[in-house]
Unconditional design. Structure first.
Length: 412
């Protein structure tokens, strides 16, 4: 089949979240039942029941600059509450980093577990209650290397994500991390390898963050991790993250949209849960009684008869749908056999009109999209969406042909 994919412009979930984050627009969710106080607690809104083999390692900055800023209580509360709302099919791990990275274990040699209540309690207990010590290093590349090694050794080869939470840029001593010996100071043993870094300072802790060698080495580590298929999301705490917003956004995060600026530490929990919502591709239940949207196939021409658009246009309000693409029948043009739409709903009922035939079909979203199919041998002329089979059937039967055709064909 021939695929026709015009330019479309629906807002992505990630872009919406990023805009909301910048505006601090999380108050609509309403805090409830997290067991933590203040805005740092993750908000309780639409329940996320599954994330489909998602493995997450949080790399959490525990350096002296956070001590100086006085933000650790909010960071601690936000991270602990975030762990508490993660679905049980997610595997969670954590790496702290200051002078050196420190992978936190559930048990010896066990760094990634499903987020059951018991396991979450263990991991929450690994978030230090004490304010960070007066360390002045931020071993960001070591934390990324440890997090990646945990995913490599214990991950499920599904959706693997590192969430890096920091208030600054890389700043570290040269040396091997993971062997438990200095330099760098406060190094810990790590069962999944040792990693040597040479971009920092030799002979003492680095007093200035973000020197050229540190930036280049951290970028190289992040790039290698991303090239291997792991997504890195960076969360910067504070106003312009001590001048490292651009670096975290463009050099460490997987894409610029994978950087989230948290100007106030007390907002961390809410923004971490918003990230989880996006990572898990949360869908919405459909409970509207009326028509959700209707799209008609059109071919548009300019004054010289040249086709300027062929695809599906909304007939009225598109609601929570956006046209993506269509495929022609084999060997044909301008004869849609399938039509794909983006939607926030988990599943919908579609009425497809093809020729004088109608089909009423339940479509389940995959990666935020549904695809309607034609009623052979006719091409699709329109697709209308509803929440219930009864509403879709009533709409189809309202036409003079009274909706004759094939009901219940399974879409995708």
């Amino acid at each position: 089949m021939t695929t026709q994919t015009p330019t479309t412009y629906p807002l992505t979930r990630r872009a919406v979240l990023k805009s909301a984050a910048a505006a601090g627009a999380f108050s609509a969710f309403g805090v409830a039942g997290t067991g933590f106080v203040g805005r740092a607690a993750a908000d309780d809104h639409t329940v996320i029941n599954t994330c489909n083999d998602l493995d997450v390692v949080v790399a959490l900055d525990y350096s002296g600059s956070i001590r100086s800023a006085g933000t650790w209580p909010d960071i601690q509360s936000g991270v602990e509450s975030f762990f508490g709302v993660v679905p049980e099919d997610v595997q969670l791990g954590m790496v702290l980093f200051g002078d050196a990275p420190d992978a936190r274990a559930y048990a010896p040699g066990d760094y990634l577990r499903l987020a059951t209540a018991a396991n979450v309690g263990i991991l929450q207990g690994e978030v230090p209650a004490a304010t960070p010590p007066g360390e002045n290093a931020t071993h960001m590349p070591g934390a990324l290397a440890f997090a990646d090694a945990i995913l490599d050794q214990e991950g499920r080869d599904g959706n693997e994500v590192i969430i890096l939470v920091t208030d600054g840029g890389p700043n570290y001593q040269n040396g091997i991390v993971g062997d438990g010996a200095a330099p760098p100071a406060d190094d810990t043993t790590f069962p999944y390898g040792t990693f040597e870094f040479t971009g920092g300072t030799t002979g003492g802790e680095n007093g200035i963050a973000g020197e050229a060698g540190e930036l280049a080495e951290t970028t190289a580590i992040a790039t290698a991790i991303k090239d291997a298929g792991v997504r890195i999301i960076t969360v910067g705490i504070g106003q312009n993250v001590a001048g490292f917003d651009d670096y975290l956004e463009n050099n460490v995060a997987s894409t610029p949209e994978d950087f989230v600026a948290v100007a106030e530490a007390e907002d961390l929990g809410a923004q971490l849960q918003a990230l989880l919502t996006e990572i898990c591709d949360e869908c919405l239940p459909c409970d509207d009684d009326g028509q959700l949207a209707k799209f008609e196939y059109v071919v548009e021409y300019d004054e010289e008869g040249v086709v300027t658009f062929d695809g599906f246009r909304p007939d009225g309000d598109a609601g929570d749908f956006a046209y993506v693409s269509y495929e022609n029948k084999e060997g044909a043009t301008y004869d849609p056999a399938t039509a794909t739409f983006a939607t926030e709903y988990c599943s919908v009922w579609a009425v497809v009109k093809a020729g004088q035939e109608f089909s009423v079909t339940e479509l389940t979203a995959t990666d935020g999209q549904v695809t309607a199919e034609y009623v052979a041998p006719y091409a699709i002329s329109f697709v209308a969406f509803f929440c219930s089979e009864d509403a879709a059937t009533a709409f189809a039967e309202s036409f003079p042909s009274r909706g004759r055709g094939r009901n219940g064909r399974r879409g995708r």
